[in-house]
Every structure is written in C-alpha cells, then in structure tokens.
Design a protein around this ligand. Structure first.
Ligand code: AMP
Ligand code: GLY
Length: 448
C-alpha cells in the first residue's frame, strides 16, 4: 500500500528531464524523499535527492539492489531505454509499482510497426500510408516507394535508436534506391522496417498522463530538433520547445488539438484491449498538423526532453498525487492543473554539439535564475569547488515563463546570453518571427 507519510520515490534518470521531474515531485506538499539513480552525477538531481546513485540504469540488478534496500513507494522511470527494456516489469516483481508502462505496453514507443499496426487494427486512423516489411524484398520495397508513395517516403528502424533510426527522403536519403538500401539495412538490423508516406506540415506534441482509459492532457508543445537557427543542421535530441498560455499552439486550430486529444484516448483504450493490461505512465503523442487535419508521427512512452522542462514548471497541482493516481487507477482531470502561462525553453549545448564533443570538460557558468525562469541541468558535471564542466551532450535547459510566448522567449533569451563558456543555443526558438512563420506556413498549406 502507498502511504502519505514518509513517501519515498525512486527516480530513474538520465538527463535534464529528470531534474525537472525531481523539481516537480519535490514541490509536492507530501514532501517526498527522492532517491535517484542516474548515469552521471547530475548537479540538479544531487540537490533534490536524499541519495543519488550513479551507475548503469540498464543494469536492472544494480537498480533492483537499490530498490530492495530503499523500499520506495513507487518508481518514476524517465528515459526510454529502461522503459523499453522492461524495468517496470522487473520492479513489479518486487512489488514496486512504476509511473511508466510495462514492457509490452511500451512497444508503443519501442516498435514503430507495433504502433502503426495497433492504430490500423483499432481503426484509429490518421496514420500516413505505410507498410511493414519483414523480408529482404528489394523489388517490393522499390515498387511500394515508387508506386504507392510516389517517391516521398520515410523509413523507420523498428527499435529504439536514440532518435536516429528514422530517415526521410529529400533530407537523409535522396533516391528510391537509397530508401531500399536503408530499409534492407533495417530489416537486417532488427527484423523489420516501417516504410511510410512522407507528410508535409508542422509537428507538435501532446503528452498525457494515463492510467488505463483515464487520460488527462498536458499543454501542447512544439520541439525544435535541428541544431541551428532557422531549423537547419543535423538533428539533435531537441534544442528547445515552447508552450502557449492557452495550452494550445498558435498554428493549431481547436479541431487539431481535439484530434490529438482523441487519438491519445483511443490509443490508451486500444493498448488496454491489445495487451489486456492498463497503460500507466505518460503517453507522448507526436503529431503533424497537415493540409486537412492531423496525422500521427509517433508515440513515446515517457515525458519528452525538453518538453518536460516546459510542462512540469507549469504544473500547479500535486505531482506526487498524480503519480499515485496513475498507479492506483484513480486519475481524474481535477487532479491536474497547469498555470495559464507560456513557456520557452532553450537548450544550452557545447559549441560543437551534436557533431563532436570537443568542449567536453570545459568550464561553464550560469547566471542567477530569477523566479520567472528555471534552469534544469543535463550533461554537466560539478567539481569539488562547485564549478560546472560541460559533458558532450545537451548541457542545461533554460526556461522562461511569461504571460505570452514573446515574454517567455525574452526571459529565456536574456538568460542564455549570460551563460559563459564554449556553448551555444538557438536564438530563434519562441521568437515572434519563427512563430509567425509557422502560422503562415499552416495558412498556406490549408489555403486560408
Ligand atoms: P519519429 O522517431 O517517428 O518521431 O521520427 C523522427 C522524425 O522524423 C520526426 O520528428 C519527423 O520530423 C520525421 N518524420 C517521421 N515520420 C514522418 C512522416 N511520416 N513524414 C514526415 N516526417 C516524418
Ligand atoms: N524531444 C523529443 C523527445 O523527447 O523525444
């Protein structure tokens, strides 16, 4: 049984997302004790946890040893890898419930073929045209891309690959032959591949708290995956994100947002039917607003990074209570309230991220963070003197919170400009110019 007094939470962590999770948990009036396990000594987690254990979070025996010793009331599993590898099942064996789905349900993220087939089987619709190939059939692959998709295609490796398994025609692949070659490589690598229609539109995400068929949404959010200003350069884990005060996004219609909400609900219900077990955790719907509505790009089984950095600071109700309700099956909308404010998150990264790790170990200094902003640490190490040093990946997310996106952007931008060290960030995320560009593109696409 869960108990209120002396609440203890095990947090499985890897990045700034879990710093934001720990921050939201520690704001709870239940004052939980947080025990974190992370690959590195994240300075944010260190401050918020009663104990921070460093080690391999995919070494389940190591995680279990700590869990058995500390006897948490429940676990929150942040990253995709341990969720996909079944850590929630492993902890369940020890009677430790998790805010994260069991492995079979986590296929919604770990297998793109499972997801496309689930949406098809339960007639959820709004998928692009797709086909799953399991055999090395170059001729069939060529014909499908050529005749059905008219050469505009996306090839998806069917397993977790740190966001690097998806290749898009016209971006990573130039010809149909390139697509066939990569699809064959995927089949050899993981047994099957999803080949689908390339959509044109604007991406956005809608994340929901889920317990079986109980689904409560968070504010919609838009990520920026490209490394450099103007959406150029290589893909990254996400350079920044924004949310709006009305919890929608400036380029979405009310109907677009409703479609995304409906899809998350339909998917939660389909997962219950298909796996005969309730999904308990976060369902992250990745969508594209297109010419005639919304399409599903992908699902994740966790909070996003940076999405969590925008969303969780806005949560004004008790996150611990929400976690307990997810586990107990008593989740309801009245438990979840978000401030009606806009947020803009900009990630500070090493100068050469994601191309090389040349600045690894170099010093970085952050300005004092005011009340209308947040700083969440990612790949950064604190030395004995309290100085911070860069790792090779995203360093820290700086979040501005304001009445409008413009106000939140200006707060985040000013703080980012004061960071000292060999770092960079995207100045354009959340700016009026970029938002207007998105709104204009949507208008054109829809002939409005
Ligand atoms: P995924 O891991 O499925 O989200 O794919 C990674 C990225 O590839 C997405 O964020 C999109 O930018 C792009 N992508 C995936 N599927 C499609 C699609 N059907 N059409 C266009 N772009 C896509
Ligand atoms: N920001 C994208 C993700 O967390 O998957």
């Amino acid at each position: 049984m869960l108990h209120t007094l002396g609440m203890r939470i095990l947090l499985i962590a890897s990045t700034a997302r879990e710093h934001a999770i720990a921050d939201a948990l520690s704001r709870s009036p239940q004052h939980p004790e947080i025990i974190s396990i992370c690959g590195s000594e994240n300075p944010g987690l260190k401050r918020l946890s009663s104990a921070l254990h460093t080690g391999n979070i995919l070494d389940f025996d190591f995680v279990l040893q700590i869990a058995k010793r500390t006897k948490p009331d429940f676990a929150v599993i942040g990253p995709d890898d341990p969720i996909g590898a079944g850590l929630a099942d492993f902890l369940k064996e020890e009677n430790i419930p998790s805010v994260a789905p069991l492995q079979a349900l986590a296929r919604i993220e770990s297998s793109k073929a499972f997801t496309r087939n689930l949406l098809k089987k339960y007639r959820i619709g709004l998928s692009p045209q797709f086909k799953v190939f399991t055999k090395e059939e170059p001729k069939e692959l060529y014909n499908f891309i050529d005749q059905e998709l008219h050469g505009a295609y996306v090839v998806k490796f069917d397993a977790l690959k740190g966001g690097k398994g998806v290749k898009v025609s016209g971006e990573h692949l130039t010809s149909i032959d390139d697509g066939v070659t990569y699809a064959l490589e995927c089949i050899r690598g993981c047994g099957q591949v999803v080949v689908e229609e390339k959509l044109t539109g604007i991406e956005f995400s809608l994340l929901s708290f889920v317990s079986g068929t109980q689904v409560v949404d968070m504010p919609a959010v838009q990520d920026h995956k490209r490394a450099y200003d103007g959406d150029t350069g290589p893909n990254t884990g996400g350079m920044g994100t924004y949310t709006d005060a009305d919890h929608s996004l400036p380029f979405l219609s009310a109907q677009d947002l409703q479609s995304a909400r409906d899809i998350n609900r339909a998917v939660a219900a389909a997962l219950l039917k298909e796996c005969k077990q309730p999904y308990k955790g976060i369902l992250y719907g990745g969508f594209m607003a297109v010419k005639d509505g919304v399409r599903v790009i992908e699902f994740n089984a966790r909070l996003g990074d940076p999405e969590a950095l925008n969303i969780l600071p806005l949560l004004s109700s008790d996150f611990v209570e929400i976690c307990r309700a997810i586990i107990d099956g008593s989740l309801e909308p009245s438990l979840v309230t978000f401030d009606h404010k806009a947020t803009v998150c900009k990630y500070i990264t090493p100068e050469s991220y994601p191309v090389s790790k040349d600045q690894c170990g170099k010093e970085v200094t952050f300005p004092k963070i005011p009340g209308n902003a947040r700083l969440f640490y990612g790949d950064v190490r604190e030395d004995m003197d309290g100085m911070l040093h860069l790792g090779g990946s995203r360093t820290a997310g700086i979040v501005g919170i304001g009445a409008s996106i413009a106000e939140a952007e200006s707060i985040a931008q000013k703080l980012c400009e004061q960071v000292q060290g060999p770092v960079r960030f995207r100045s354009d995320i959340g700016t009026k110019a970029l938002i207007e560009k998105r709104v204009e593109m949507m208008r054109k696409l829809r002939n409005e």
